[in-house]
Design a protein around this ligand. Sequence first.
Ligand SMILES: [Zn+2]
Length: 276
Amino acid sequence: MPEGHTIRRLARSHARRFRGREVAVSSPQGRFTTGAELVDGRVLRSVDAHGKHLFHVYEADLVVHVHLGLYGKFSLVTTPDDGVPAPVGQVRMRMVGDTHYADLRGATACEVLTEGEVEALHERLGADPLRPDADPEQAWRRVSRSRSPVATLLMDQAVIAGVGNVYRAEVLFRHGLDPLTPGRDLGRERFDAVWADLVTLLGDGVRRGSIDTLRPEHAELRCSHGPRTRHTPACGRPVYVYRRTGLPCLLCGTEVVRRTHAARNLFWCPTCQDSS
Ligand SMILES: [Zn+2]
């Protein structure tokens, strides 16, 4: 599933290509026809993101809310000289602007919301480390009162919005945290450090367009293979533990372990992240 940095990048690129102009909105697949008719031909005023939720705000306060879910994808393409081509596959929403067009496929949510409904959604969502108006106090209140493991809380979008499986595993490793540490045992100092790190890591993800969580001093540890060895996706990723099951921890050599936690894979180093 795309994490918050991906949605923030989408918001930026959509703003760059469509904001301040009339956008032709349609639903070639037919599942969003009524919604598309409401906003079709209107000027896109702004684009916003909160965690994994994307908002296109059109005139008359009509907001298209998109959540990509596990399989959703937005493609943004420069319109060729001979015009916008016929849609390929199941295009839920097509946006056509002056110079570009965007196709949305496979999203969990694509709907028109009123401003009130958008506000209610913002209130349900936790603090997003990428939003300048984020309130970490709100996240701290939830975390510090919870018996749930910090691994669960980090993925709970009502606590912190935008963190997915990769950032969760990596931020826990970077702070030497046992993923099963209950939220209420975390302590203010460690919470503050984790929050600050998420702000940095997600912001870095927005700039790069990809996730790289290795500290500068560990950049060379990225892969233990020699220069002539064929790399695998697991060894080539610039991460400490995510999807590195069975491979040696970059820092201590212990095998990285995986277990299913709340229906998602959780990866960690039992030595570096030992609370006992
Ligand atoms: Zn380790």
